[in-house]
Design a protein around this ligand. Structure first.
Ligand code: PLP
Length: 503
């Protein structure tokens, strides 16, 4: 057996590796002297590394890189890609994360050489088109959210949150006002309290009431002159619209606090209601959830932050600005909190978002949201006869089930049902979030799925439930059909093995 086939687990390297067999690492496929390209000899004498660089700058030993042919490399990467689940492959109802299908035309536009090939340090007079894209996107985002101006710099939702908190701090300090606390509902996304702590504030938690909304009396009880602001998600992480939003806004403003809107899930409300009209001062948006950039796996995102007029002068900078009619430049706001990104933000995510907005138009964006809400309610109604819905009233773009009774009666947990769904060809929904729902299982079908796909998803849930009751062992062993089975998540987190020793 050749070393290559040995490395590939005894299989010829060209055979697709299916099922549970491990794909060898690229280093295991490596053969000394093999390479992915060959240039014809031109006859021109090439310089050696020793001739080009001072010996001090050269490594002592050869860098251990894999040596493979282009054919083996492509086969390896393609085999790996077949071991994944993705938004392009099927429904991905991961609540809170908005994993929807993203139109390919947005990728095509973001990939145009005139956009993708520009160095971020290029001067403004050479990049007028790029600056115009940023100014146009900022305007569109402000129109969608009902705000005055926005920064496009933050690289993700959480980065937007920290930016928003720094803006709150700058605003209060400019008024000679030292405030310590930020109020967060107990249903909030985990990044909210983390950002508050990073921003140097203390978290005060307010409970939710039996409608799944902020408990207004409890909120009023914790308000005071040391409250810098409140961070709210609306619709909240239970997928429910905060009904008392106007009263909450008035109460927080009454004590001099600011209102921060976690708009990660803007796809629930576009074209229907605007955070600015609800009284919010700061909004972050996740362009990688709502506007055509898939996320997950640590890929680039964008978390622009839009603000009301009283916060514009504090925005991060420099900002792309139309300084004269049709002339664009970088401008630093007068009392800017400074940069929150090395350059201008994740620009190609911004380009995709503008493409998405322009393609849909205002009316199209409203239909995106209406459809997202319709799909979530369809699945809620369809499943409510067999599962407990945590708060069974009309939801927004996502719905939360509680599997507490299933656990009590049959010893099957939310995570077991999620794993069993994977065998039916669906990505698992979010489990154990929000924290306030026992055995939570959160479904966000998104607007991009058809009613046939929703029906198939509902049937997969029924199959999983039937197994939970009648064939428990199967559910506890799931997933049995994926390249990787049930992993020990605690051990995976504690014993990180991130490197492969190439020697
Ligand atoms: C996803 C999400 C965030 C965090 O966004 P990242 O881009 O992952 O940092 C914050 N809040 C809510 C409600 C979210 O759904």
């Amino acid at each position: 057996m050749s070393p290559l086939t040995q490395a590939a687990g005894g299989k010829a390297s060209s055979a697709p590796i299916m099922g549970r067999d491990a794909e060898p690492t690229i280093f295991e496929l490596s053969q000394p002297g093999r390479s992915s390209f060959q240039f014809r000899t031109t006859g021109i004498q090439a310089w050696t590394a020793e001739e080009m660089f001072d010996a001090r700058f050269l490594a002592d030993s050869k860098v251990p890189l894999a040596e493979v042919s282009e054919r083996d490399l492509v086969a390896h990467v393609t085999r790996l890609s077949h071991r994944q689940f993705s938004v392009d492959l099927g429904a991905y109802p991961l609540g809170s994360c908005t994993m929807k299908y993203n139109p390919k035309i947005c990728d095509t536009i973001a990939g145009l050489p005139g956009l993708a090939g520009v160095h971020p340090g290029a001067p403004a007079f050479l990049t007028q088109g790029w600056l115009e894209i940023m100014v146009t996107l900022e305007k569109a985002l402000c129109e969608i959210t009902g705000m005055e101006a926005a920064t496009l710099q933050p690289a993700a939702g959480a980065a937007g949150e920290l930016t928003g908190l720094l803006l709150m701090r700058a605003y209060h300090e400019a008024n000679g006002d030292i405030r310590r606390r930020i109020i967060i509902p107990d249903s909030a996304h985990g990044t909210n309290p983390a950002s508050v702590t990073l921003g140097g504030y203390e978290v005060t938690t307010v409970p939710s009431d039996d409608r799944g909304c902020v408990d207004l009396a409890a909120l009023k009880a914790v308000l005071g002159p040391d409250v810098a602001g409140i961070m709210l998600t609306n619709p909240n992480t239970l997928g429910l619209f905060e009904e008392d939003i106007a009263e909450i806004a008035a109460a927080v403003h009454d004590v001099g606090g600011l209102l921060y809107y976690d708009g990660a899930n803007l796809n629930a409300i576009m074209g229907v209601v605007r955070p600015g009209d609800m009284g919010f001062d700061i909004v972050h948006m996740n362009l990688h959830k709502t506007f055509a950039t898939p996320h997950g796996g640590g890929g680039p995102g964008a978390g622009p932050v839009a603000v009301s007029s009283r916060l514009v002068e504090f925005l991060p900078g420099p900002r792309a600005t139309e300084v004269d009619e049709g002339v664009f430049d970088w401008v630093m706001p007068p009392r800017s909190i400074g940069r929150v990104h090395g350059w201008h933000g994740n620009s190609l995510v911004l380009a995709r978002a503008l493409a998405y907005i322009e393609i849909h138009g205002g009316d199209g964006l409203r239909r995106v949201s209406e459809r997202a809400v319709l799909n979530a309610n369809w699945i809620r109604r369809r499943l409510s006869s067999v599962f407990d819905v945590a708060f069974d009233r009309p939801c927004m773009h996502e719905v939360v089930l509680s599997l507490a009774s299933l656990r009590k009666e049959h010893g099957v947990k939310a995570i077991d049902i999620a794993k069993r769904l994977m065998e039916e060809g669906f990505h698992a929904p979010t489990v154990y979030f929000p924290l306030i729902v026992d055995e939570a299982l959160m479904i966000e079908p998104t607007e991009t799925e058809s009613v046939q796909t929703l029906e198939a998803l509902a049937q997969a849930f029924e199959v999983a439930l039937d197994d939970a009751i009648n064939n428990k062992e199967a559910v506890l062993a799931a997933p049995r059909t994926t390249p990787v089975g049930r992993v020990d998540e605690a051990r995976a987190a504690r014993q990180l093995v991130q490197t492969f020793d190439a020697r």
